[in-house]
Design a protein around this ligand. Sequence first.
Ligand code: Y12
Ligand code: CO
Length: 175
Amino acid sequence: MIREIVVYPDKRLKQQSRHVTQFDEELHTLLDDMNETMIAKNGIGLAAIQVGVPLRALLINLPDEEGVQHPENLIEVINPVIVDRRGSTIYTEGCLSVPEYYDDVERAEWVKVEFQDRHGEKQTVETDGLLAIAFQHEMDHLDGHLFIEKLSFLKRKKFEKEWKKKLKELREKKR
Ligand code: Y12
Ligand code: CO
């Protein structure tokens, strides 16, 4: 089932998500719904809080060179912890909760992440490039943070002004 995406400035996006303790049918349904939602909305990453569920669960599915997302490349990440990070890189990020806005963000270039899969089995990934950026972007959601918080003061001010205008236009369209 496709779930509704929570959009900025909804307060739920500021929530601290809870540790997952039960690796049951309910978690599996959430992960399946998140995947359906992410693919339907053209996302490459999605955290549970973005569908309104404050659990430390996220998905990443990076497209191949042709832009195709393969189901076998889906990574389901539960209770992740970054245990090591190195270097720094800048990438123009976007987020399904902040649609149509993209900006440069600085993050670690390489990360080592420990997490659990949908069955509670421990996994470790060491990665760089887009996958490392995706892990960091999605893990920020688990602690109630969005990539726009990393913008400079002036860029953030400009963003807030544009966003207010956009929300007003959307509300007027709905009427
Ligand atoms: C690198 C940078 C950011 C991430 C986090 C995951 N971000 C996304 O999945 C962003 C998706 C996105 C998709 C959009 O397209 C549609 O909704 C059709 C989009 O554009 C619009 O809303 C029009 C914006 C963002 C991982 C790795
Ligand atoms: Co996001």
